[in-house]
Ligand binder design. Structure first.
Ligand SMILES: Cc1cc2nc3c(=O)[nH]c(=O)nc-3n(C[C@H](O)[C@H](O)[C@H](O)COP(=O)(O)OP(=O)(O)OC[C@H]3O[C@@H](n4cnc5c(N)ncnc54)[C@H](O)[C@@H]3O)c2cc1C
Length: 232
């Protein structure tokens, strides 16, 4: 497994505990990859030993920087939070199979919290292909709906793309006009009309992606039309 030192060109605070890190190689290159690929990021731990974790690319391959949308959690992310713009992080990849099928007619993307990362790249690609795309993004609080402003803008500019944000927590702004609660088959049927002819891309915790794929299959969606990126 080969790693190369990349430079952190930009860090964006998306919320209290989520940041976007934008990287490129020392000579400004970004690697060749497809929407849905992930990379391994590696840093030196406090004991000097390397620590690595997988992260989905949030950027589209046409963008000039390789981006990752990352939530602060444990060992690796605490090391990463100490890094500043201009510092190095080692990168290996791309890897993975959470890729778009060219034969899809319509794509439905469903993500929880920071699970939006791989879906952002998929959505930009689907819009470029001119295919219908639907995004259901849920988070506890409004600030957990990472990239919501960009998604609203994309939905305004592209009639083929529809964005359905959902809040699952107690704190809902009084003027909230989006969905409430976790995304399930009932909401999907209500908003999509039919589940037939669509391919579903689920990204988030094992629990969320597992439950939803079972429910979709029980509702008649063929297994091969459901793709999952589960993060444990
Ligand atoms: C293909 C793939 C793509 C991914 N893409 C992304 C992405 O785009 N963005 C993203 O944010 N994440 C992504 N992840 C998850 C990511 O790889 C890491 O798992 C995540 O960032 C946590 O790493 P960490 O080292 O900070 O936490 P870890 O130290 O690995 O801890 C993970 C969890 O365990 C808990 N924990 C740790 N130690 C203990 C302990 N001793 N007792 C109890 N609990 C403990 C932590 O609180 C934390 O909740 C992806 C995972 C996969 C497999």
């Amino acid at each position: 497994m080969e790693f190369e030192a990349y430079v952190i060109r930009q860090i964006i605070n998306e919320s209290e505990d989520v940041r976007t890190f934008k990287l490129s190689a020392h000579d400004g290159r970004v690697p060749k990859y497809q929407p849905g690929h992930f990379f391994l990021l590696r840093l030196k731990g406090e004991d000097g030993k390397p620590v690595q974790r997988p992260y989905s690319a949030a950027s589209h391959p046409s963008e000039s920087l390789l981006s990752f949308c990352i939530k602060l959690k444990g060992t690796f992310t605490h090391l990463l939070w100490q890094k500043k713009e201009g510092d190095d992080v080692e990168v290996s990849g791309p890897y993975g199979t959470f890729l778009l099928s060219p034969s899809d007619a319509e794509r439905v993307f469903i993500g929880g919290g920071v699970g939006i990362s791989a879906l952002r790249s998929h959505i930009i690609q689907t819009i470029k292909e001119g295919k219908p795309a639907f995004l259901f993004h849920s988070a506890k609080k409004p600030e957990g709906l990472i990239y919501a402003q960009e998604m609203r803008q994309l939905a305004q500019e592209n009639e083929n793309f529809r964005f359905f944000p959902s809040l699952t927590g107690e704190a809902v702004p009084p003027d909230w006009s989006g969905l409430r609660g976790r995304i399930g088959v009932a909401i999907l049927k209500e908003k999509l009309g039919t589940l037939l002819g669509k391919t579903f891309y689920l990204c988030g915790s094992k629990e969320m992606a597992g439950e939803l794929s079972e429910a979709l299959m029980a509702a008649g969606v063929p297994k091969e039309r459901i793709k999952k990126d589960e993060w444990g």
